[in-house]
Design a protein around this ligand. Structure first.
Ligand SMILES: [Zn+2]
Length: 460
């Protein structure tokens, strides 16, 4: 039982409390007014006093990748899990990893055998040469245990076949639209569950094609990322309005993953994130180092002009996401960490800040991270709210995140944040499936894990 809590529900409604949250096994049994010596407090197995603290639904990370290696070096899953749980993430939607390993991890997490978030696996579907082959690939993933599909870089014909087969099998689709002939117009037609990142949206609102320079080569990642930063400025606002309207009408959600592209607008900050000092695993560190072999590690010859374009790109992109939400579209939060200088968990907390920067009220930001994400997963009767009958996935925050989202970051990692947060700060407890995890202990364990990995790396 959690007592004396101020709660922020996942539906966008204001904070209220103090209340007591009575948990039975892995579900919230009921919410009661906090009163000392109240009958409902008698005989509780365990009482967690949340006086002065805020309780939120557990965060849902809609764009995660289970990773047990980076740049050829192993990383234990435990490293990701502890960072995720410590950052308040109690559920992930995996959008592409080793499917067999992921199925095994999902099973262990569901049985409570490991300390890890809940998992939904949207397996990466490959295309195929013939229609039969494409359909068979979708059926094969369903048999493997996919909860949904992740589509990436598909031409229109292939995507439409995949979407049709997925619908028959009841599989949802997370779509990372590629620079192909498919755009957001096709997502509106196909009934995609969510557009990942942003590709495909501005592409659907151009007059003609993007104004690429003559030497542009799409296979060159530096070219690709440099000119992606000059795409939103070429959008025709009227066409953008039409495509956003169509997406909202078709019920396609938008998972923008703002944080994963942030290095493009401020490389200096990306390289000096304060949590890298003690918590960056050497495998990630190696992967992030510019190298054409590592996806997203393209920052050779990155110029200030590139950053200026990217800052403008963000501004127009954020306006589009806000407009989409104002039209009634569902916005969710995902991190895509493990690439481009983003660490698991920290990338997610940064994502929340960027939703605020996009113009959303902190209550809406929390709603994106909880209620909205649960809805897109099809779990809105079990997750994302603090209500009787919902699963007991909760976080207890030492302070008020509505006053400063930065308060969600762990204490003692960044002197600047500690200065801002005073005696408050940090998620204190993460509760998943009724099981309680002490977030500062999880971070201390990650620190030790990293220390040992670095030592081993040095002696190899
Ligand atoms: Zn991804």
């Amino acid at each position: 039982m959690i007592i004396n809590a101020i709660i922020v529900d996942g539906s966008g409604t204001p904070a209220e409390g103090p209340v007591d949250i009575i948990i039975k096994q892995n579900r919230i049994d009921r919410i009661a007014r906090a009163r000392e010596n109240a009958k409902h407090r008698e005989g509780a197995d365990a009482i967690l006093d949340a006086s002065g603290k805020y309780v939120l639904p557990g965060f849902i990370n809609m764009h995660a990748h289970l990773q047990d290696e980076r740049a050829g070096l192993p990383i234990p899953y435990d490293y990701q899990y502890k960072l995720w749980l410590g950052s308040g993430i109690t559920a992930i939607r995996d959008v592409g990893s080793d499917p067999d390993k992921a199925v095994a991890e999902r099973r262990k997490s569901a049985k409570g055998q490991i300390a890890a978030p809940r998992m939904w696996l949207y397996m990466w579907v490959r295309g195929g040469n013939t229609e039969d082959e494409i359909r068979e690939n979708v059926r094969m993933l369903k048999k493997k245990g996919a909860d949904g599909l992740k589509c990436h870089q598909m031409d229109r014909r292939t995507y439409m076949i995949v979407a049709d087969e997925a619908e028959k099998l009841g599989l949802k689709i997370a779509h990372h639209v590629g620079v192909e002939d498919a755009t957001a117009w096709d997502d509106a037609k196909a009934g995609t569950s969510s557009i990942e990142h942003w590709y495909g949206v501005p592409d659907a609102a151009l007059d003609g094609v993007q104004n690429f320079p003559p030497d542009f080569n799409y296979s060159n990642e530096l070219h690709r990322c440099r000119y992606a930063g000059r795409l939103w400025r070429e959008v025709n606002p009227k066409k953008l309005n039409d495509v956003l309207k169509a997406l909202v009408k078709a019920g396609v959600a938008w998972d923008p993953t703002f944080s994963i592209y942030e290095a493009s607008r401020d490389l200096q900050w990306a390289l000096t994130q304060p949590w890298f000092k003690d918590l960056l695993h050497p495998a990630l560190e190696k992967f992030f180092t510019p190298n054409p072999e590592s996806h997203g590690s393209f920052f050779f010859g990155w110029t200030h002009t590139d950053e200026v374009f990217w800052k403008e790109n963000y501004r127009i992109w954020m306006e589009a996401v806000k407009k989409f939400a104002d039209m009634g579209g569902v916005v969710t939060t995902g991190e895509d960490a493990g690439f481009i200088y983003k660490m698991y968990g920290f990338g997610y907390l940064r994502e929340l800040e960027l939703h605020e920067e996009a113009g959303f009220h902190p209550l809406e930001v929390i709603q994106h991270a909880t209620g909205n994400s649960a809805k897109v997963l099809g779990m809105d009767h079990d997750l994302g709210r603090i209500q009787a009958g919902y699963l007991a996935d909760l976080i207890v925050v030492n302070g008020n995140p509505l006053a400063n989202l930065r308060i969600l970051y762990p204490k003692g990692i960044d002197p600047v944040m500690d200065l801002q947060n005073g005696d408050k700060g940090g998620i204190e407890w993460t509760i998943k499936d009724g099981i309680t995890y002490h977030a500062p202990t999880l971070f201390a364990e990650v620190k030790e894990l990293v220390r040992q990995a670095r030592m081993q790396q040095a002696t190899n």
